[in-house]
Design a protein around this ligand. Structure first.
Ligand code: ARG
Length: 262
């Protein structure tokens, strides 16, 4: 006789295999009760979008990292971080590799087809940056090359600008900035706060900020049909705005309040 535990394990493995073969996701997005009972929420970010989420040496930090930690603390949970490339996050969320992602995702109708968005945690816009004397307006991009991070709203917006000669995509946003510095592209489109912080950090780069191209609202993303989790995240985010945590973090990173209240 096989011990019952072993039978259960064999059966579970068989079921898992059958499900995997059928191509059905083996697990559902963890719902709030499951997360709560486990005591730990799994959050994803990129770690390459200074100063929102980045590595300070080996330490993952940034405005969004600290904000998520404050939100999760309010939920009475521990946080476990997963570092996932930005262009892989939408797909990875469907593989249940994390409960939510906070990586400066703007709300777009296209993304909203596959994921849900929490309430916005900041309001911002895409902006052009280039070398002094380079193309700093939409009009000036005519015939020029633009560098953007892959899978971002900047790529989508760059495609809509008429006359751009070529859009070059980079795995990370800082790679796009490096390409601009190395004269591989004429301009870079990125987040206005990222540009401001990056230029402050690299005063000798000879790069300046230009025209703002569009506005967007940034939210945490989670799997669809996870209303209880979404409510909890929204409630805790509102809590950080009420008790001053949000303002303190925003002042620390941006010297101003970047919430959508302004
Ligand atoms: N806000 C832009 C978007 O929604 C860029 C986000 C990039 N995020 C990152 N972690 N690199 O597409």
């Amino acid at each position: 006789m096989l011990p019952i535990g072993k039978v259960v394990r064999i059966f579970a493995r068989l079921l898992f295999t059958v499900i995997a073969i059928l191509g059905v996701a083996p697990a559902q997005a963890r719902d709030w009760n499951v997360i709560k009972n486990s005591g730990t929420i799994i959050a994803a970010t990129e770690g390459g979008f200074y100063p929102f989420n980045f590595f300070d040496g080996s330490k993952l930090t940034g405005f969004e990292v600290e904000l998520a930690e404050a939100i999760v603390k309010k939920l009475g949970l521990k946080i476990e971080w997963r570092v996932v490339p930005f262009d892989a996050q939408l797909a990875a969320i469907h593989q249940d590799r994390f409960d939510f992602a906070i990586a400066s995702h703007a709300y777009t109708e296209e993304r909203a087809k596959s994921v849900d968005f929490a309430n916005p945690h900041y309001c911002t816009g895409g902006q052009i940056a280039a070398a002094r004397g380079g193309p700093l307006s939409v009009a000036a991009l005519n015939g020029k090359t633009v560098g953007v991070q892959l899978a971002t709203s900047y790529y989508e917006s760059a495609k809509k600008i008429g006359g751009v000669k070529e859009i070059k995509t980079y795995k990370t946003d800082s790679d796009a900035f490096s390409a601009l510095r190395a004269h591989k592209v004429d301009a870079w489109i990125s987040d206005k706060w990222v540009i401001r912080s990056t230029l402050e950090k690299n005063p000798g780069a000879g790069i300046v900020a230009g025209e703002q191209v569009f506005v967007e609202k940034i939210s945490m993303i989670l799997r669809k049909n996870n209303q209880a989790l979404e409510d909890q995240l929204n409630r805790a985010l509102a809590g950080t705005m009420k008790d001053g945590t949000y303002s303190a973090l925003s002042q620390k990173y941006f010297k101003t309040d970047i919430s959508c209240r302004n």
